[in-house]
Design a protein around this ligand. Structure first.
Ligand code: UD1
Ligand code: CA
Length: 453
């Protein structure tokens, strides 16, 4: 059975009060519409047709890499009108799933269940029983069978007592859509073309409407304003944390944990409060991440302990490292095993060898450091001459004294020592000492300048 996915994304999203189109607002760092497209793709549909309106160009640009058929709905005359716009490109066979760019979290499993439930009659929908159905379309059933959907504004007092609501997500045969959509009218309280009217049309054609409920309510929740966005983000984060904890991750407080991407982890990994994980990250066995750390596209091998408030971006960290507090690992920082990176140390595009240490106030950029070298407090690799970047190489067992400036390109040999406070502009031979600083002046009984009267 071939599947088409139709995504409605033409709404203005006025209540967001944002220059960014609503469907581009981020949830867990991915645009709302991006979540829907990601889920849709996993169904391997023949086509994904997205209906855009407001902010269309920006929306299209944001998904330029995706295989999507874009259909414009210049005027928003209702959900039925929106889907009518797809008719010229809608296949005539197979089933369509109708989704929404501002309902981001519907799950693959739920959509698969909907497809399965709908395949016999060719029409099905997701409904939900809620405590407060105000505003939603109500499901009218007779002898348990769905007859129609009545919008809240069109419903009478008795119909408004119904707590089963329309989530707006349907699965419909394309042949039927071609038949029904041209027949929609806007004779209702809102003067809109209601997609919901196809349900009564199906019943009139003698079809039985299949229905399922989602596993989680957040799957069918839409975003209209920033409050709803924040609430959905929170529900999604709690859900993800719960999944990870069930898989064995120790999250100290799931309400203070954010995953904006994917996380793979080993055994007994512990994550303290207020940690943010972005992109694709991996943590080996027994890794500990301290409070307030941010990790993006980073891989950390087993046994490494990260102290609070360290920030990682595209770094690769070996086993049994000690990192932080307040360390910053930038793209292409590659640390071997047993490395120590301490407070206010920044590492960028550098490889640090086994058991080397940079414990305080250091910048290592475009550098290569061997094994068991010690980089003293305040050491800076001066990698940038104002026009180009240059490399610093430091051998094994080197000792760089505090507050040294290593002006690249420069090489420090194995076992070499650099005296504190040196500005090193020439290579330092293996096993040698290099000191570059003026002689200390000593004056006994020195009189400091006095204030003028
Ligand atoms: C719709 C349903 C209602 C259901 C509710 C669930 C109809 C007539 N009613 O109501 O039964 O309970 O969703 O949330 O379908 N959109 C367009 N073009 C348009 C109109 C809407 O793209 O011309 C998009 C919006 O951007 C939004 C979605 O369709 O993403 C739903 O539109 P909205 O106006 O919020 O529908 P409701 O009136 O809430
Ligand atoms: Ca509406």
């Amino acid at each position: 059975m071939s599947i088409t996915v139709i995504i409605l994304a033409a709404g203005k999203g006025t209540r967001m009060k944002s220059a960014l189109p609503k469907v581009l607002q981020p949830l867990a760092n991915t645009p709302l519409l991006g979540h829907v497209i990601h889920t849709a793709k996993q169904l391997h549909p023949k086509r994904i047709i997205t209906i855009y309106g407001h902010g269309g160009e920006l929306v299209k640009q944001a998904f330029a890499d995706e295989q999507i058929d874009w259909v414009e709905q210049a005027e928003q005359l209702g959900t039925g009108h929106a889907v009518q716009m797809t008719l010229p490109v809608l296949p005539t066979d197979g089933l369509s799933l109708i989704l929404y760019g501002d309902v981001p979290l519907v799950s693959l499993q739920t959509l698969q269940r909907l497809l399965e439930a709908s395949k016999d009659s060719g029409i099905g929908m997701i409904t939900l029983n809620v405590e407060d159905p105000t505003g939603y379309g109500r499901i009218i059933r007779q002898d348990g069978k769905i007859q129609s959907i009545i919008e809240h504004k069109d419903a009478n007092a008795e119909q408004r007592q119904i707590h089963e609501i329309n989530t707006g997500i349907y699965c419909v045969s394309n042949a039927k859509l071609h038949q029904w959509l041209p027949k929609l009218s806007n004779h209702n309280v809102q003067g809109e073309y209601y997609l919901t009217d196809i349900i009564a049309m199906a019943v009139a054609d003698g079809l039985e409407i299949a229905s399922i409920e989602p596993e989680f309510r957040f799957e069918v929740e839409g975003v209209n304003d920033r409050l709803q966005l924040a609430r959905l983000e929170c529900e999604w984060q709690n859900y993800q944390a719960e999944q990870l904890m069930r898989q064995g991750l120790h999250i100290v407080d799931p309400h203070r944990f954010d995953l904006r991407g994917s996380l793979k982890f080993g055994c007994d990994v512990r994550i303290d409060i207020n940690v943010i994980i972005e992109g694709d990250c991996e943590l080996g066995d027994n890794v500990q991440i301290g409070a307030g750390c941010v990790l993006k596209n980073t891989k950390i091998a087993s046994g490494t302990v990260v102290q609070p408030y360290s920030v990682f971006d595209s770094a690769i960290v070996g086993q049994n490292n000690q990192i932080g507090p307040f360390s910053r690992l930038r793209p292409n920082a590659v640390l071997a095993d047993e490395v120590h990176i301490g407070n206010f140390v920044e590492v960028k595009n550098s490889r640090i060898g086994f058991a080397s240490k940079a414990n305080h106030f250091t910048y290592l950029g475009d550098a290569e450091v061997g094994c068991e070298s010690n980089i003293g407090a305040g050491t800076i690799t001066c990698n940038y001459d104002g026009a180009n970047k240059h490399k610093t190489t430091i051998g094994d067992h080197a000792f760089i004294g505090s507050n040294s400036a290593l002006v690249a390109p420069v090489h420090i040999g194995n076992g070499a020592t650099v005296g504190a406070g040196s500005v090193i502009t020439r290579d330092v031979e293996a096993q040698s000492l290099a000191v570059e600083r003026s002689k200390q002046v000593a004056r006994a009984n020195y009189q400091r300048p006095q204030k003028l009267k």
